[in-house]
Design a protein around this ligand. Structure first.
Ligand code: 13P
Length: 257
């Protein structure tokens, strides 16, 4: 596969996880807006459901896009506590994270339910940030490629080539999330490149080359530069460092070079 990173737009997305009340969200977004106004990459903040309305109104007429952190697979119904994809798109939300390892680890998410949520999100017109990644144990067993290949194939089942244009894949090695143990830029590039080859087999080379594949896992203001120079690392999904405006803005700057 040729190495045309320039065909892809870098996307830096924050994943706030279960952080920030409304007041804190407002303060963070107000601080962030001027710092990322000149970004040459796409900038997304994925926030708790309770902050979506705040985020949408504060980012109106800015370059910051808003995402949710999950959605259910049904359009509506008796699913107490859940939020559907059409509910998100109707309020103006543009992105949704699906299949985050914390959902897989703590909430019984499987590739089957991830796939159902992906398809529901696409049907509702949302852009999906699909998370895949191996556990430490799996890396040590030498099965990282098998794991991310299986996740990618199952999670994208029934997604056609046209719909793939609304998908970003985030490679997040689970051992690097919230641990301060970042993958090396070579490790990230290697797995991202492997995921791209899996997508090429499913959708063809052109579709694979156009796909944005992020890295996530302890990405920060210090290591972003090095990670983002890699040909297959088209952006980042940022947890902890997205909660501080200057740190997140520094990563956005690194992706804007
Ligand atoms: P950290 O950046 O806090 O390691 O989290 C990464 C992540 O899980 C983003 O979705």
């Amino acid at each position: 596969m040729s190495m045309k990173k320039s065909v892809r737009k870098a996307v830096i997305a924050g994943n706030w996880k279960m952080n920030k009340n409304r007041k804190e969200a407002k303060a963070l977004i107000d601080e962030l807006k001027p710092l990322v106004a000149d970004a040459k990459c796409d900038v997304v903040i994925c926030v708790p459901y309770t902050n979506l309305e705040t985020a949408l109104s504060l980012t109106e007429n800015t370059n910051i896009k808003v995402g949710a952190e999950n959605c259910h697979w049904a359009e509506s119904g008796a699913f107490t506590g859940e939020i559907s994809a059409p509910m998100l798109s109707e309020m103006g939300v543009e992105y949704v994270i699906i299949g985050h390892s914390e959902r897989r680890q703590y909430f019984g998410e499987t590739d089957i339910t991830v796939n159902k949520r992906v398809r529901a999100a696409l049907n509702a017109g949302l852009k999906v940030i699909l998370c895949v990644g191996e556990l430490l144990e799996q890396r040590e067993q030498g099965i990282t490629e098998e794991i991310v290949s299986m996740q990618t194939k199952i999670d994208l089942a029934g997604v056609n080539a046209e719909e793939l244009k609304n998908i970003i894949i985030a490679y997040e090695p689970v051992w690097a999330i919230g641990t301060g143990k970042t993958a090396t830029s070579d490790q990230a590039d290697e797995v991202n490149g492997y995921i791209r080859s899996v997508v090429a087999k499913l959708y063809g080379e052109a579709a694979a080359e156009a796909l944005t594949i992020q890295y996530g896992g302890s990405m920060n203001a210090k290591n972003a530069d090095e990670l983002l120079t890699k040909v297959h690392v088209d952006g980042g999904l940022i947890g902890g460092a997205s909660l501080k405006a200057p740190d997140f803005a520094a990563i956005v700057s690194a992706a804007s070079k």
